[in-house]
Ligand binder design. Structure first.
Ligand code: C5P
Length: 322
């Protein structure tokens, strides 16, 4: 038998989802400046697309949502992802043109930057045919940022450590969301620092926050597949900090509840608010009502769980005419 040698593609496009956190329990800050977490990640159908192709030097171009706010220099996590993979695999001609087509808003608590980094890892891995396993990629991803491994994995998963140690969660059914985007972004580091400050102000001197614990009622509700059970169990320890930095988010959360959301929560470090609906139709109604209420910049509908970063297009360099 002659085994087919797959030609190296000339360009690879990867689609990658945003995430919301169904639970985000934040523990004490460690010596490395990171907080110990227990979180339940949930990938939703709001996608960025990343295309990579070989180039004389590495560049990043950005189109779509918040394009002007996305750095096109080495500081972009996507650039760092390509560099990290090139270094780990000894890739010689590692310069790539990276094109980000964004629908995930920037600095929104939806892990858009992490998603682009995960997509770039998968795309360059395919472009360079490195043969790295998904476990190797996950290790590289963890070095880039706490949310990057989950963007590779997708679905619904429990994250521990900084959020990078993942276990897939048993979750049934599909969940329908309205996502309300804020006018301004929030810096993740600033939200964590504000969380520490608020806790210090509330607690007696010397009290350390407790180690975070997984919500077993939430895990049971997720196994039931019933959004009415899941909605009231959504929790986010960063929410008070996000609300203190952007008090207007209170109005958005209250409006969503008033319009019938089963659960209303700030996503991750915010400022996006995620509203869980009974079904796709109710999510649409909720999105229309939120849009009309003027409490946010824009609203999107999404459902989850969806898979993590996947190759959607491969342009073959050496494809033979048939
Ligand atoms: O890992 P990532 O670069 O996404 O984290 C951004 C910032 O969020 C960190 O620099 C840190 O300030 C904060 N963070 C934290 N604890 C975590 C994850 C993030 O304090 N577990």
């Amino acid at each position: 038998m002659i085994s087919a040698i797959k030609p190296a593609p000339a360009a690879v496009t990867v689609r990658v989802p945003a995430k919301v956190n169904l639970q985000l329990a934040v523990g004490p800050v460690g010596a490395d400046g990171y907080h110990s977490l227990v979180t339940v990640f949930h990938a939703v159908s709001l996608f960025d697309e990343v295309t990579v192709e070989p180039a004389a030097r590495t560049t990043i171009t950005v189109t779509g949502e918040d394009a002007a706010a996305v750095p096109t220099s080495r500081s972009n996590l996507a650039w760092q992802a390509a560099s990290a993979l090139a270094k780990a695999t000894g890739q010689r001609s590692a310069a790539v043109r990276i094109e980000l087509r964004k629908r995930i808003p920037v600095a929104a608590g939806l892990a858009g930057g992490s998603a682009d980094a995960a997509a770039t890892l998968v795309a360059c891995n395919e472009l360079w045919q490195t043969g790295l396993s998904s476990r190797d990629l996950a290790e590289l991803a963890a070095g880039l940022g706490s949310d990057v491994p989950f963007a590779l994995m997708g679905g619904t998963a429990v994250g521990r450590g900084r959020g990078e140690q993942l276990t897939p969660a048993l979750a049934a059914g599909t969940y329908h969301w309205a996502l309300a985007f804020g006018h301004d972004g929030l810096s993740t580091a600033q939200v964590y620092a504000t969380c520490d400050r608020l806790r210090a102000a509330r607690s007696a001197a010397g009290d350390r926050p407790r180690e975070p614990e997984l919500s077993h009622p939430l895990m049971t509700a997720l196994r039931s597949g019933d959004p009415a059970q899941v909605g009231p169990l959504l929790t986010n320890d960063l929410q008070p900090a996000a609300l203190s930095l952007q008090p207007a988010l209170r109005r958005a959360l209250a409006a969503g509840r008033e319009f019938g959301a089963l659960g209303a929560i700030v996503s991750g470090s915010g400022p996006t608010c995620a509203f869980l609906a009974h079904d796709a139709g109710r999510a649409r109604e909720l999105a229309v009502a939120l849009t009309g209420s003027g409490v946010c910049r824009a609203v999107a509908r999404a459902s989850g769980p969806v898979p993590g970063a996947v190759v959607v297009r491969d342009r073959d360099r050496d494809r033979q005419p048939s």
